[in-house]
Design a protein around this ligand. Structure first.
Ligand code: FES
Length: 507
């Protein structure tokens, strides 16, 4: 059997044997992201290889170029192992900066666990977790990329994989990821992982289906009716974690097929529904999940932004890791970029992309329609990283989906774009976002800029609150019960707003 020697991003070396003909993506077993699900479309599963491998596929030639192929760069989803080889995983793309913060109001703990409890947010892109003791003290926290990313960057690709017979492996993969976070946190806290007796696991509806290995068929086609909305403990035969096999696992209530327990959890931590004033909550990620609280009514919707803000559909896009351009500024007629950890520029992440578009508008590099004014196809931010016209178009589609979703929801609630007293932006991505740049490009209605606030990982904070005080589980369930879902796919108002939001607001 051929032997593969793998040099990972941290410099560790491992060796494994796989049958001849194994796809490199499978041979690397989670070591490489596959945003397009391994269909050879996104060009992101790059690795550097030497040794006996299949000849380059024409799609590799077009996505990578001849020079990169000559340097040994290949796409793991299009390359098979034909004999012994050495693979180097991209140091620039392997480590992701994940925010596991999220604000919680002050409250007296009345935990639903005996000794130790954990809260886990299963994001489409990232996992984040916290460990608490009975006094409510935070003992440890941990975060990692969602290991299911090797099956595809977005929910739809993973749903397709689950329907195509990979249901069990998707479930195993995410459970392994959670186990590993529990083990890391237990080690940090100096307790055995089995001492964790209760875990609250939140996430969007599809993530909870994939976790519990439920049939996702009902989520994959119209009328998109979830046959399970959770709001209960998992049955032992449905879900067990090997790190804490005896732990009770609570899955908070989802609202609909597209508005999940992550939003119910975010509603709990933001506490927007306990105030008189109206507020719009937006969790901006691969899916934009939105909720509007107005005069005792709770309206929700979900809008598909796609994985643009994770960099997946941007030519030199990457997740927010070292070397990602995350800030772009324009001063004295000059563009300057900052990268995460000041590492050499390796690509651009979502917050950098939004800043860059705002700067391009201000500098007249793009016009209000998003077109490059000098008719070039790309504009260099640094010698290594450029944005193309197609990248700007992808951003326009994504930001338009989010902003049009907000406007449609406001309209459904009887409010104008100036209406809500607060705009609360949840999600790890929201914490990196420059709220001014986001307003400039129209990611949200610019009229709300002075009322916008980012609250970090609100889903994780909400799951922690449900763990630390049983009453918050009831609050989450009651809010989910009360929520009215606005179906954007059937809304002519949304379609109209979507077209109108496609251009850029002039800053
Ligand atoms: S090109 Fe390989 S995962 Fe997308």
């Amino acid at each position: 059997m051929p032997q593969i020697t793998i040099h990972d991003a941290a410099g560790a070396v491992s060796v494994r044997k796989v049958p001849r003909g194994t796809l490199l993506l499978h041979a690397l077993d989670g070591g490489v992201e596959a945003p397009c699900g391994g269909h050879g479309r996104c060009g992101k599963c790059r690795v550097t290889v030497q040794g006996a491998l299949s000849s380059p596929d024409p799609r590799e030639t077009s996505l990578l170029g001849a020079a990169a192929l000559r340097r040994g760069v290949r796409l793991a989803c299009l390359t098979t192992v034909e004999g012994d080889c050495t693979v180097t995983l991209g140091a620039d793309r392997a480590v992701q900066v994940i925010r596991s913060d999220g604000t919680m109001p002050a409250f007296a703990p009345e935990p639903i666990f005996e000794k130790y409890g954990a809260a886990v947010d299963i994001g489409t892109t990232t996992l984040a977790a916290r460990l608490y003791d009975r006094s409510g003290a935070l003992l440890a926290q941990a975060a990692a990329p969602n290991p299911q990313r090797t099956y595809g960057a977005d929910v739809i690709t993973r749903t397709e994989k689950s329907l195509a017979g990979e249901r069990e492996s998707l479930a195993r993969c995410i459970r392994d990821g959670i186990d590993s976070l529990l083990r890391q946190m237990s080690a940090q806290a100096g307790i055995p992982p089995e001492a964790v007796d209760t875990v609250v696991l939140t996430g969007n509806t599809a993530m909870l289906y994939l976790l519990t290995a439920r049939d996702v068929d009902c989520l994959s086609h119209a009328p998109f009716l979830a046959d399970e909305l959770f709001g209960r403990y998992a049955e032992p035969e449905e879900l067990r974690l090997s790190a804490a096999p005896k732990a009770r696992l609570y899955l908070p209530r989802c609202i609909s097929a597209f508005v999940g327990a992550d939003i119910t959890s975010a509603l709990v931590s933001s506490q927007i529904c306990t105030r008189d004033e109206s507020a719009l909550l937006a969790d901006i990620g691969t899916n934009g999940e939105l909720a509007l609280w107005h005069k005792g009514r709770l309206l929700c919707c979900s809008t598909a932004a796609g994985p643009v803000f994770e960099g997946a559909t941007i030519s030199q896009g990457m997740q927010a890791g070292p070397g990602a351009i995350h800030r772009v500024a324009y001063e004295n007629g000059k563009i300057s970029c900052r990268t995460i950890e000041s590492a050499p520029a390796a690509g651009i992440c979502g917050s950098g992309l939004i800043d860059a578009a705002a700067v391009f508008l201000r500098a007249g590099i793009i016009d209000e329609t998003g077109a490059f004014t000098d008719e070039e196809d790309a504009y260099p931010l640094t010698p290594e990283v450029s944005l193309t016209q197609k990248d700007i178009r992808m951003l326009q589609l994504a930001k338009s989906a989010i902003c049009a979703g907000m406007l449609t929801l406001l309209e459904a609630g009887g409010l104008s774009a100036e209406g809500p007293a607060r705009l609360v932006i949840a999600g790890g991505f929201g914490s990196f976002l420059d709220l001014h740049s986001a307003a400039c490009i129209g990611l949200y209605p610019p009229t709300l800029e002075s009322r916008a606030r980012a609250i970090g990982n609100a889903a994780l904070a909400g799951a922690s609150m449900m763990l630390l005080r049983g009453q918050y589980r009831q609050q989450a369930a009651a809010l989910a019960e009360q929520a009215e879902t606005v179906d954007l796919s059937a809304s002519p108002v949304f379609r109209e707003n979507y077209v109108e939001c496609m251009g850029f607001e002039t800053p």
